[in-house]
Design a protein around this ligand. Sequence first.
Ligand SMILES: [Zn+2]
Length: 345
Amino acid sequence: MSDWARLQEEVTSDLQQARTTSELEAIRVKYLGRKGRLTEVLRSLAKLSEGQRRLVGQEANALRDFLESALTARRQALRQKELEQTLKEERLDVTLPPIPFPLGHRHPITQTLSEVVEIFTHMGFAIADGPELETDYYNFTALNIPPDHPARDMQDTFYLTEEWLLRTHTSPVQIHVMERQSPPLRIVAPGRVFRHEAIDASHSAVFHQVEGLAVDEGISFSDLKGTLSLFVRHCFGPSVGLRFRPSYFPFTEPSAEVDVQCLLCQGTGCRTCGGSGWIEMLGAGMVHPKVFEAVHYDPERYTGFAFGLGVERIAMLKFGVEDMRLFYENDVRLLEQIPRRWAWG
Ligand SMILES: [Zn+2]
């Protein structure tokens, strides 16, 4: 009997000392677990005589019932206390100001590319896409670039095989589009191009171009001038000066290069513009009849203009970045300085 009293005392004092539900669980295991003290008493009943068994069994069962209900009650009380504690500790002050976090934005090149394209789509140009891996035919032959043209040189072009190469310009997209569609058409083709070049402040082996093409009956050089003048003014502001210089490209005739007044020195001459006050912005011209013949357009009936512009050059001018390599290094300190939105004109 004194053993029972001691055991019950121990149980009661253990229960009172338990401060957490896990401590409570330890008590349950101590007495009622597989090797618990009460479990062992109950298990040893079989060894006793019938009279003893009934007596001890009654006491042991009573103690077990007591322990189980006490555990339940204590567990509930502790859970409630723990919940209250958690609520107190994890209380949220919704009136606190938020913790600021940096917002990302598109890469300056992507931003420039899409805004250039947007100017042309506003003028009614559709967006065309073409492969970066091209055949010699699409990159050169169909664009009236003869086999002995220096652009075909290994020095300038990444050849994968005799036949396949990484496109050196976005102009092959013109051919793909004209093979699929009949005039009239107006497209811009933005994309990556590849040149076997030494990398420096103004050259990269991978860069971006936007190609433009318009074909219809009666398109003239003045349409080209009007379109590109509008583009330049949207891009760099209504008062920026521009000029057309005669030039040569195998796939256009006549051809022109378009210069924009240097934004950094306002045309007075600086390091960026080489002291001339002008920056070469794009190449353009009237589509060569031989290009039309390659895609079975009638050059007697249709005329068109084409242009190609370098996206990096526009981004450099627009954002005042003097070294093209900075765009590819992706230093967050530089990227953070590039405004998220660039206001046109
Ligand atoms: Zn300048």
